[in-house]
Design a protein around this ligand. Structure first.
Ligand code: GTP
Ligand code: MG
Length: 284
């Protein structure tokens, strides 16, 4: 079982708790490729009472039909929920509009009290690497926050101001002290929320292989030049086969990392690891 909860994450949770009273709304970012598994249970506890906007990021990498299913699910649970692609530079404007709509009562009230404008303060939280800083940069229309394609880029909280009456608090990515099960851990690792040095790449590679052979079979076969016969192999033997195919002899750890990185780049097609049908049973 992968477990990763360094001291700075406990600190980030504490800072979130300390600053929640300053904001009008919480942006809860989850990864569209695993929108259920990347929900941080701490966010619900800490943001109680505050309006919340659930934002499914990286929707360009996820299966669009399944993204719609999850959006409907979250809306049924009473959340405001949207899916975004932060690579698109219309995203900042879109979020600003959604937020002003959600808080229109509050804005009107401020105007009635004679304020000519109401500054809206938002805190942006979510697992590492989910795209918090990238989204906030889109909203403020400049590269104010550092971004990077690895978990743990943002080290401390930082306020960013947009010209559109929005003040945004960027925060370091946070995980929770104990993952619910191995599957959640594997999904977070595969999508890049867990530092790549923390987990065993072969475990996550095998998990990925099993998922892609069942869900993105053609993309998997094309990417690694596999034939029908190869697809009959067990997951472990298939991994060894791919290791040879990509010229890594028997270094299946390295080949696993290749599969993981290929999937993150979209080379194995768009995919969503969380299946909404798996919920029926524990939900009504
Ligand atoms: N394809 C795609 N990539 C995205 C999207 N949003 C962010 N990214 C990429 O995801 C990576 C992580 O983005 P960041 O904004 O640094 O993520 P973060 O949540 O601030 O990460 P930490 O500060 O480490 O917690 C970067 O390589 C971004 O370019 C998106 O909507 N689509
Ligand atoms: Mg960041």
């Amino acid at each position: 079982m992968i477990q990763w909860f360094p001291g700075h994450m406990a600190k980030a949770i504490r800072q979130f708790e300390e600053n929640i009273h300053l904001v009008d709304i919480v942006f809860e970012l989850v990864d569209a490729r695993c929108p259920y598994s990347s929900i941080n249970p701490e966010v619900d506890r800490i943001s109680k009472g505050k309006p919340r906007l659930m934002i499914l990021t990286k929707s360009d990498l996820a299966n669009p039909n399944i993204t719609n299913q999850w959006l409907n699910y979250f809306k049924k649970q009473g959340y405001a929920a949207i899916a975004i692609d932060s690579k698109k530079n219309t995203t900042g404007k879109y979020i600003t509009k959604v937020v002003k709509n959600l808080l229109s009562d509050k804005i009107d009230e401020a105007k009635k009290r004679g304020l000519d404008k109401k500054i809206i303060r938002a805190i942006c939280v979510g697992v590492p690497n989910v795209g918090k800083s990238t989204l906030l940069n889109q909203i403020v229309k400049r590269r104010a926050a550092q971004v990077g394609n690895r978990a743990g880029v943002t080290k401390g909280q930082q306020w960013l101001k947009s010209s559109d009456e929005l003040e945004l608090l960027d925060t370091p990515g946070i995980l929770w002290p104990k993952f619910q099960n191995d599957e959640v851990a594997n999904k977070l690792a595969l999508t890049g929320a867990i530092k790549d040095t923390i987990y065993h790449s072969d475990d996550v590679g095998l998990f990925a292989l099993n998922f892609f052979r069942n869900n993105n079979r053609d993309e998997l076969m094309n990417r690694y030049h596999l034939n029908e016969e190869d697809m009959e192999l067990s997951d472990v033997d298939l991994l060894l086969k791919i290791t040879k195919k990509v010229g890594m002899q028997d270094d299946y750890d390295r080949a696993s990392m290749r599969i993981i990185l290929d999937s993150r780049k979209g080379k194995l097609g768009r995919f969503t690891l969380d299946d909404i049908n798996d919920l029926s049973g524990d939900e009504d």
